[in-house]
Design a protein around this ligand. Structure first.
Ligand SMILES: NC(=O)C1=CN([C@@H]2O[C@H](COP(=O)(O)OP(=O)(O)OC[C@H]3O[C@@H](n4cnc5c(N)ncnc54)[C@H](OP(=O)(O)O)[C@@H]3O)[C@@H](O)[C@H]2O)C=CC1
Ligand SMILES: O=C(CO)COP(=O)(O)O
Length: 333
């Protein structure tokens, strides 16, 4: 059944998900915070700034009027960068009802506290509010192009997970659902930090063995954190974990991987971020992941190196040496 859906955040991912929902026959209202951008998108029927080349269909409208976008909608989906998630919740609060429920597709933690976004939402709206996160290996450009993609919807109840999977599912886009919000959020956030590490190794031309080692040992440290935070390990072995980790560590569409590549080739963080011109979640997420690692007493050496390189002036080549010279240990501990 077709629904009226507000998508809040008109970057590359918000636009691609709005397109996918519109393809399924829903009436989609996309909110852009910049009035000039909203006007240009509504007029030219394309998101020239964040997702050029994909025509917006008639059943997708764009506006900078937040309240008008949310008036009388059946469902709403937040797709801002994670640092804007708490303020977006405050703005949407007067419109939100338990019948509507809250969904989001941002990947990251609350800045300054490291809290998972579902914990932030639960604290704001209570445990009766249905919550769902859309995550998994999904580059916006490929979804917009209609290339086959599989994601997972992690939700506070199987019914709400199935609802969102049903809204999105179709036209070569396959949506699974799960109830492990913690595992799904950890997988989607920490992989951005690990993609910076893989990009750096590739920028330094360290070869395919290094890349495979970083992906595998990166998964090991994510699983250690997941265990400490009661995530289901099967989630981290699925689309939200290894799936997104492999995509982001190896696919050059990844902004996090591209940041790493630039750093490995000797560019500064500021230069690289300016050149990418879009959100690079791994930067803030490296800080918050270190906060979580310390809070839960979990060893996360790759994350620690990325964080040190981004924030403390550590050297990327030295970082690899430090990782290689760690004490001998069992693989599976
Ligand atoms: N792109 C992708 O392939 C995927 C992205 N994601 C996740 O989706 C989230 C959004 O990323 P993405 O769309 O790619 O980012 P982009 O960099 O493409 O776009 C960011 C968008 O967020 C808007 N924005 C920035 N700050 C705020 C704010 N405070 N309030 C409201 N809007 C704001 C920007 O508006 P303005 O132009 O006015 O600055 C812009 O429209 C991230 O968490 C990302 O990890 C997940 C899966 C795939
Ligand atoms: O999350 C993504 C794909 O699943 C997008 O990754 P980047 O943010 O690194 O571009």
């Amino acid at each position: 059944m077709s629904a009226r859906i507000a998508v809040l955040g008109a970057g590359s991912w918000g636009t691609a998900l709005a397109l996918q929902l519109a393809r399924q026959g829903h009436e989609v209202r996309l909110w852009a915070r910049d009035p000039a951008q909203a006007e240009a998108m509504q007029r030219d029927r394309v998101n020239e700034r964040y997702l050029p080349g994909f025509a917006l269909p008639e059943n997708l409208s764009v506006s900078a009027d937040f309240d008008a976008c949310l008036a009388d909608v059946d469902r709403l989906l937040v797709v801002t960068p994670s640092h804007a998630f708490p303020e977006t919740l405050e703005r949407l609060a007067p419109h939100l009802t338990p019948e509507m429920g809250l969904a989001w597709a941002s990947k990251g933690f609350e800045p300054g506290s490291g809290r998972l976004l579902h914990v932030v939402a639960e604290e704001r709206f209570g445990t009766a509010m249905p919550l769902a996160l859309i995550t998994g290996p999904s580059f916006a450009k490929e979804v917009a192009a209609g290339l086959p993609t599989a994601v997972t919807v992690a939700a506070s109840s199987p019914e709400f997970g199935e609802t969102w999977a049903g809204l999105l599912h179709g036209s070569g886009f396959r949506a699974y659902y799960t109830s492990d919000l913690t595992g799904a959020e950890l997988g989607g956030a920490v992989k951005n930090v690990l993609a910076v590490a893989c990009g750096m190794a590739d920028g330094l031309e360290l070869g395919a063995n290094t890349r495979a080692a970083l992906i595998t040992r990166g998964l090991a440290e994510t699983m250690r954190l997941g265990k400490a935070m009661d995530a289901d390990p099967r989630t981290l072995m699925g689309l939200a974990g290894i799936g997104d980790l492999v995509l982001t560590c190896t696919g050059d569409l990844s902004r996090n991987r591209r940041l790493g590549l630039a750093l490995g080739r000797g560019q500064s963080v500021d230069e690289a971020v300016a050149e990418i011109g879009q959100v690079v979640e791994g930067i803030k997420t490296s800080q918050e992941t270190m906060r979580l690692a310390e809070r839960y007493g979990v060893d996360m050496p790759i994350t620690e190196q990325v964080h040190g390189i981004l924030f403390k002036g550590w050297n990327a080549r030295t970082g690899v040496k430090v990782l290689m010279e760690r004490d001998l240990k069992r693989e599976t501990e």
